[in-house]
Design a protein around this ligand. Structure first.
Ligand code: HEC
Length: 118
């Protein structure tokens, strides 16, 4: 548990309840398209988008987490990319499908998109 002043907590809670706003820059936009096309959306929900999967964690505000995959890696754009391209090496046996065949550019766009979801 992290102690935070009440006002900051309220502001944080209000942000957490917001649906995602529309993507702005190009990699983010492409990343959002990949997310549906490649099948990430089959397992993950991002509120405010057509992604409604429930096998994996809800990613609506994934970038505001401190770590990725329950403490496995600190949150950063690079580590999101690492997770996406090598989740089975980062955390062997986890229930996320292997995506190590994805193109680097696609992985980078996906990481940019997810990193925009605060
Ligand atoms: C077969 C279902 C499935 C698919 C398809 C899938 N994921 Fe996952 N994903 C999971 C599961 C399950 C976890 C939780 C892994 C763990 O922590 O053990 C996860 C975790 C994650 C996390 C870390 C979330 C957190 O809260 O720390 C990210 C980011 C992520 N997935 C992104 C993606 C992206 C991007 C794609 C598409 C390239 C994708 N996932 C496709 C099931 C899936």
């Amino acid at each position: 548990m992290i102690a935070e002043p009440v006002e900051r907590f309220d502001a944080w809670l209000a942000r957490q309840r917001q649906p995602v706003s529309a993507p702005v820059d190009e990699p983010v936009h492409r990343g959002r398209e990949h997310f549906s096309r490649i099948g990430c959306a089959d397992c993950h929900t991002i509120r405010g988008t057509p992604a409604r999967g429930d096998e994996g964690p809800d990613l609506t505000h994934v970038a505001s987490r401190r770590t990725i995959a329950a403490g496995t890696l600190p949150m950063s754009r690079e580590n999101l990319a690492r997770w996406i391209s090598a989740s089975q090496r980062v955390k062997p046996g986890n229930r996320m499908e292997d995506f190590s065949h994805l193109d680097d550019v696609v992985v980078r766009d996906l990481a940019a998109y997810l990193h925009s979801l605060e």
